[in-house]
Design a binder for this molecule. Structure first.
Ligand code: SF4
Length: 220
């Protein structure tokens, strides 16, 4: 399958309305403060953004709270520094029900089928919240992650979007055009907490194992 340049797709979509004095409402699923940093910088000149924080994948709950509080702090400071009015909606933490269908995929490597199901549920949260609350667009920060495949994320969104016909999905690739560099810079600027693992207990397990192997190799 040919790769699609989703950065260009995003710019083409913005060009449809930006000269008409419009600023559509966009529901943004955001996973954490670092991934929200450049994503908000990219989106807020064109959209009225509301973050939908649905990350019941995160384990344990203390880590969910830590990332949630950090995103709240970051958005507060981002709004002041950029004269913006980004809002954040916190959806309830329900880890067991979120993980129910992912448990059968516990042995999958990061980026595999378990993660695809996880992306789907979180993208769907933004589409659902947006369509029930009069938003024109929905999207996710997930494409900014170095570890995540933007082609896969956008393809998953294409499968779900038709179920929400009153809202448009904003296809994107936030890591392109120095997006990752800006994340690094903004992490420093805002002193953002950077988690060591993606979120669920399986990614925690894999990170602990990886770190142990690295340490063992260094000691031999
Ligand atoms: S590794 Fe990350 S994306 Fe994959 S299932 Fe776990 S929390 Fe979700």
């Amino acid at each position: 399958m040919d790769k699609i340049n989703y950065y260009n797709v995003a710019i083409e979509e913005i060009n449809k309305f930006k000269d008409k004095g419009l600023r559509p409402k966009l529901a943004l699923h955001a996973c954490c403060a670092p991934c929200s940093s450049h994503t908000l910088e990219f989106l807020t000149p064109f959209f009225e953004v509301t973050i939908v924080y649905q990350n019941s994948n995160i384990y344990p709950e203390a880590e969910f709270i830590k990332r949630r509080d950090e995103i709240e702090r970051f958005v507060r400071e981002f709004n002041i520094n950029n004269k913006q009015d980004v809002k954040v909606i916190f959806l309830p933490y329900n880890h067991e029900s979120f993980m129910a269908e992912l448990r059968a995929l516990a042995a999958e490597p990061e980026g595999g089928k378990r993660c695809h199901a996880c992306y789907r549920k979180r993208i769907e949260a933004a589409l659902k919240h947006g369509s029930e609350n009069g938003f024109e667009y929905a999207t996710t920060t997930l494409t900014i992650s170095r570890q995540k495949n933007s082609q896969v994320i956008n393809e998953i969104a294409k499968e779900i979007a038709p179920y929400y016909p009153t809202i448009k999905y904003f296809y994107s690739d936030f890591k392109k055009k120095a997006g990752l560099l800006r994340v690094r810079e903004m992490k420093e600027e805002y002193n953002l907490y950077q988690q060591e693992y993606c979120g669920c207990e399986y990614s925690f397990r894999d990170t602990v194992l990886r770190n142990k192997m690295k340490k063992d190799n260094e000691n031999h």
